[in-house]
Ligand binder design. Sequence first.
Ligand SMILES: *Cc1c(COP(=O)(O)O)cnc(C)c1O
Length: 452
Amino acid sequence: MEKQPFERPFIKKLHSGMPGKFGMKMDFDPITEIDGINVKDLIGEYGSPVFILSEKTIRKTLNTAKRAFTTRYPKVRFSWSYKTNYLDAVCNIYHQEGSWAEVVSGFEYDKALSNGVDGKYIIFNGPDKSAEYLEKAIQKNSLIHIDHFDEMYMLNELSDKLNKKPKVAIRVNMDTGIYPKWDRFGFNYENGEAWDAINRIMIGKKLDLVGLHTHIGTFLLAANPYKIAAGKLADLAVNIENKYNHNIKYIDMGGGFASRNTLKGAFLPGTDTVPDFDDYAEAITSGLINSQIKPDNLPLLILETGRALIDDAGYLLGTVLANKRLADGRRSTILDIGINLLFTSFWYEHIITPAQPFSHHTEETAIYGPLCMNIDVLRENVDFPLLKKNDHVVIKRIGAYNMTQWLQFITLRPRIVLIDEKGKSHLIRKNETLEVFKSLEKTPEYLNNFKL
Ligand SMILES: *Cc1c(COP(=O)(O)O)cnc(C)c1O
């Protein structure tokens, strides 16, 4: 073993990171490899920073989630939430595992089609569906989840124009005991609006009401709201059956399961506190099977789980640019990873782990990104070991939303790499270059010349 450098012992007062019930929680081991590939080698080959995705973790997590539901309910289908991570390679892993596509824009709709998803397996959500895309979705027999009455009337018109009966569901929002309530999407349950929408569809006879949909929120730290929500959608299905003798084919419970990240201000780490797939599955299926829906009519259960399926599969690798002292004497470490690449640092206490063995002397540290912006803070104040310039770090559990909500700001976006199940790496998105931007811009002729 290599001789470790001597470090002078010292006594220090702890200021940050209050101990929880289980003492100080900190990952004390470096992350030196991901799925068998050395972190240094990954950075050597693909540069720093770089996003890494683990195919093994993606498939394993989906199968854990599937098992939780299929062992409790007869008919289950996952539908991949494109906005959570719409890299083609990622979407196709989910499609290979049998997941449909859940999209919320024309761009995402086209992406699913271009990945080879049959239109009838595309669920079209969201408040922004243009007439053009609704027409496309009708022609391709997609499942259109109506968000508001204006959309319903547009669909009625298109149904006449195309002489086709679009397959629709309505999105329902409701009180499930969680606050703030998400009532801006879909039709409200408690005030009767959802039932009103259903009656208009059934009496209008222009649309084929095949499903009921809800998406009650995101990062829900309790499972019980799902039981309430499933019960309310089941009641609507029963009322439709009773009044119209019409069978609802599926109930779509949306997404919203928490990943194992720790929210800012949380007392205990997310790994110890968030419900697991079994908890959510128990809640949802008990809401459905204990309803008045006749056993022969049990609808297909669709889940649009996003972040809980992919967060753990994503890593962001970076490098220390510098260390410096702040005016108050605190240490700060500057990384080449900014909030432009890590959008979720606004609400998660991301775990930043050194990628090489490190001293166990820690200090209160502010961890900054490279942007010339005061808001570029990855961690305000964290008990962190002393890393040197050019040391590497791994930020884990970042697979959800960062690769879609990232911002092109000040720096160019880096490469994204997938490690396959055999431990081989594949570039799945190239890094941006100046040429990419030049190719989109147009400068009027008279602005092409200047003299300084
Ligand atoms: C974003 C979204 C999802 C995925 O949500 P997660 O919280 O990531 O699980 C599912 N359905 C709809 C309609 C969405 O907008």
